[in-house]
Write a protein that binds this ligand. Structure first.
Ligand code: CA
Ligand code: CA
Ligand code: CA
Length: 234
């Protein structure tokens, strides 16, 4: 048990906001590195959505709170890595498997892809891609927490159940747990879910609502501080 908790601290340090911080970090950092990897290439790619729809860039700027320059960088990198202009789930799985070669990242990449693919058509447009990134990196505190809540609430019924939470936790540990802490025992994801529910399920009815989630997060200075760290990432 003691050994397990050491692993848990390593993975999800409470002073950094624990699970939530790790979840948010994992949800953009590999994608960000993927884009940065494409930055060094010199091909000049026409920003076609700007040319075809002159209002596109301004609208995106307003919607995402990224500057024109940032959007141009993101678009160029996106097109470099993905010339067809759309990203499918296999590309997400590839990005995450390259980032976490020692673990199994396929389930996490699947959940993350679902979170980004807001119109549920099985592929990500550039607009969906930057909209997801901007919620994490440029969103208000409410936007970020709401994004995380929806990530956990897999069936989108407005409640996080222990089973839903367990699926996400398991996918995080499959991806990085054994790699970061090889002797960690298998009950750690379950213990983590119990810990989360003790904190978040305020009326003890077995599910976490958005109100309970928001209230618990806002009362937790570690979580609030960790969410603010994303302001200065990009
Ligand atoms: Ca889509
Ligand atoms: Ca649910
Ligand atoms: Ca509850």
């Amino acid at each position: 048990m003691a050994q397990g908790h050491r692993g848990l601290d390593l993975l999800l340090p409470e002073e950094k906001g624990g699970t939530l911080y790790v979840l948010m970090l994992l949800s953009f950092f590999p994608l960000y590195c993927w884009l940065r990897g494409g930055e060094t290439r010199e091909d000049e790619i026409e920003i076609s959505f700007v040319c075809h729809r002159p209002e596109g860039l301004e609208t995106l700027q307003e919607e995402t709170r990224f500057s024109k320059k940032e959007l141009q960088f993101l678009y160029r990198a996106f097109k470099n890595e993905c010339p067809s202009g759309v990203v499918n789930e296999d590309i997400f799985k590839l990005i995450y498997s390259q980032f976490f070669p020692q673990g199994d990242s396929s389930n996490y990449a699947h959940f993350l892809f679902e979170a980004f693919d807001t119109n549920k058509n099985g592929c990500l447009s550039f607009q969906e891609f930057v909209a997801g990134l901007s919620l994490i990196l440029r969103g208000s505190m409410y936007d970020r927490l709401n994004w995380a809540f929806n990530f956990y609430d897999n069936d989108k019924d407005g409640f996080i159940t222990k089973e839903e939470m367990m699926k996400i936790m398991q996918s995080i540990y499959d991806m990085m747990g054994k790699y970061v802490y090889p002797s960690m025992h298998d009950d750690i994801p379950r213990e983590h879910v119990e810990h989360f529910f003790q904190k978040m399920d305020r009326n003890r009815d077995g599910v976490v609502t958005i109100e309970e989630f928001m209230e618990s997060c806002q009362k937790d200075e570690n979580i609030m501080r960790s969410m603010r760290l994303f302001d200065s990432v990009f």
